[in-house]
Design a protein around this ligand. Sequence first.
Ligand code: B12
Length: 235
Amino acid sequence: MIQNNSEITFGLSELAGEHEVLAREYLRLLLAAKRKDAANLVVKAVEQGVPVKDVYLRIFQPVLYEIGHLWQHNVVSVAQEHYCTAATQFTMSLLYQYIFTGKKTGRCFVGCCVGGELHEIGMRMVTDFFEMEGWDTYYMGASTPDEDVIRTIVDQKANVVGISVTMTFHLHLVGRLILRIRSHPKCRNVKIMVGGYPFLSNHQLWRGVGAHAFATDASQAIEVAGFLLEDGRES
Ligand code: B12
């Protein structure tokens, strides 16, 4: 068990940037099993002006990556990883009062993870970023069957569908889902974006699965969706 902040030495500093101190404290509290204090730390920071998007990308995401490294190196247990993940989902929910804004774009984003994929927080973050930009969003969480994704795209009249994958052994399911979406007569106009762990290490991989685009994180996802809808460009 980690007792001291200085023992945490993976990529946290770089990814957290100006919010490193907050990120380290959030991680420390979680590892000390103080999830209420961790949640309060973040809510207070937002109330004092830290943007929710920064909390997502500079605190939650680096801390979760850090926890992955610590777990991989046997520094934290599976139980601690599960606790930190659940606590982060809880804290995200507390921030929803700051996410749902009044302005609307009239666009719809549908977000899912392929069948079998349990890593759902990345997709949730991406969906929340679209919500913060005034899109209507429909987040389906982990492991969604292909037919349900297609039905949701049609029912919600989605402009963009986001597909998330973390485990490389699920990549073939991304290709299969995209093929099914593209061949469905009522899904002709939807733009398909992909993201997640395998796409971060190979920036050309999205082409191989037949997507219209990929983005490295939730912030870039907004930018890329804008390009796709405005000039039809694939990136
Ligand atoms: C929490 C966690 C879990 C939880 C997930 C719970 C949940 N409700 O989500 C549980 C316990 C279920 C789990 C299980 C497993 N996990 Co796990 N897990 C993690 C951990 C620690 C954090 C994941 C996370 O939330 N990251 C934070 C999010 C915000 O980051 P992100 O997913 O990258 O998302 C961002 C971008 O990628 C992008 N993005 C993501 N999706 C999309 C989609 C679109 C459309 C776009 C545009 C962008 C985009 O934007 C996001 C936001 O900015 C990671 C560590 C890590 N490096 O991520 C390991 C990690 C992913 N897990 C790993 C492993 C090995 C496993 C297991 C195989 C372990 C096991 N032996 O059982 C299983 C596999 C389960 C399965 N079938 O899916 C490895 C994967 C290594 C690999 N790919 O080869 C990692 C990297 C840990 C490690 N360092 O080894 N895990």
